[in-house]
Design a protein around this ligand. Structure first.
Ligand code: GMT
Length: 376
């Protein structure tokens, strides 16, 4: 018999929301009953379908509150849904504030369900440094019945930064295999003004400072000096104006395509030759897996979980963070050597379907659920 599972995540665009939503969809297909408890419909959910329900957390504004009490409203909604729907598990993505809200909800519901918390990175690598919050994050983690993290590196970082001995199970991210697969997209290159002889480099992120997008631009400039190429940039964020100015100052405006937020990422990856992710903080780097699934080799930094996703020399290359010279020469090495490119592309695809294969990852989450419920 399937389980009844509540899922809470940040429903807006971002890797954690994508992973949480795809997980819910796959679990529903396997016969579990899934209840999303979020502030808006997760953007990949489109519409609730068989076995999937959506409970909106509506935060009311009262003049007496200086800040709307989202965390308390969420906790109360979690308790209400858990009791009414008889949830077995509440799976929350991000310790802050979701694990803490789940603990409060569990207390309100008389301990009626188990809490599984998945750590995605930013709460540990950024918030864990904030002494005013680190005790609360540790509390949320320690009060969870099971904790998972999206890379081995994040497991170690969490233990080190929060000084906790709580068992944390590494479970890698995965992607929707029907969507993320390389396919022929006739005319897309033409539509974007990319010539057939030009190599396509791609970067996708939320343009936060930690993503070091200026390093991507400079790396591309070095590649472009040697090879006809275009850079496709997807996403938006705080560093966007800096990046746009840099592109103008380097005189490469004609070769850099700013596409903003895009839904058809798999199509854009399907016309790409190389993905770049040169971040200084990254617990996993979901885009690297999306790219690998579309047979795109990668250049990434030796940071966080990136070296667990890219196998150096096999599915791409790993460089030191900030070493633009190395990133450029590795990029040229892959792009100028068709044999190496083909080998890396096919190894990347194979790894996406094995180590990160959906069935494999899904069964790891199910094991965690059955384990906390005492059903082996
Ligand atoms: O990278 C971000 O700023 C977004 C954040 C999120 O909430 O999606 O990403 C984190 O979770 C992703 C999904 O597990 C990971 O792929 C990203 O590496 C992680 N970001 C950081 O650790 C900075």
């Amino acid at each position: 018999m399937g389980l009844k599972i509540g899922i809470t995540c940040y429903p807006t665009i971002g890797g954690s929301g994508v992973v949480a939503t795809e997980l819910g969809k796959l679990l529903a297909q396997k016969g579990h009953e899934i209840h999303f408890i979020t502030s808006s419909m997760p953007f990949r959910l489109e519409k609730p379908s068989r076995n999937i329900y959506f409970h909106e957390v509506e935060v009311n504004q009262y003049a007496v509150f200086r800040y709307p009490p989202y965390d308390l409203t969420l906790a109360s909604k979690m308790a209400e849904v858990a009791l009414r729907e008889k949830l077995d598990i509440l799976h929350v993505h991000y310790a802050m504030p979701h694990a803490v809200c789940a603990f409060l909800a569990k207390e309100m519901a008389g301990g009626a369900f188990k809490i599984v918390t998945t750590l995605h990175g930013t709460d540990i690598t950024v918030l864990g440094d904030d002494p005013s919050l680190s005790d609360m994050i540790r509390f949320g983690i320690e009060k969870s019945d099971a904790v998972t993290a999206v890379s081995q590196d994040l497991v170690h970082q969490t233990r080190d930064m929060l000084h906790t001995n709580k068992e944390i199970v590494p479970i890698y991210n995965f992607v929707d295999e029907d969507t993320y697969v390389r396919r022929d997209i006739p005319d897309l290159k033409k539509e974007l003004g990319i010539e057939e002889n030009e190599k396509v480099l791609i970067h996708i992120s939320n343009f936060r400072r930690v993503k070091r997008v200026p390093d991507i631009i400079q790396t591309f400039k070095n590649v472009h000096d040697q090879l006809p190429s275009k850079l496709v940039l997807i996403g938006e964020g705080p560093e966007f104006p800096i990046v746009r100015d840099m592109v103008r100052d380097l005189g490469i405006e004609e070769y850099v395509l700013f596409l903003g937020k895009k839904e058809n990422v798999a199509d854009l990856l399907s016309i790409s030759d190389l993905v770049l992710l040169l971040s200084e903080k990254e617990s996993f780097g979901l885009i690297l897996l999306e790219a690998a699934a579309c047979s795109v080799p990668a250049i990434g930094t030796r940071i966080g979980g990136i070296p667990e996703v890219i196998v150096d020399g096999e599915t791409g290359f790993i460089v030191t963070c900030g070493d633009i010279k190395a990133a450029s020469s590795r990029a040229l090495e892959v792009l100028q050597n068709p044999g190496l490119h083909e080998k890396m592309a096919s190894q990347a695809f194979k790894r996406a379907r094995t180590t990160f294969g959906t069935e494999h990852i899904l069964s790891q989450y199910e094991s965690v659920y059955y384990h906390v419920l005492g059903k082996y």
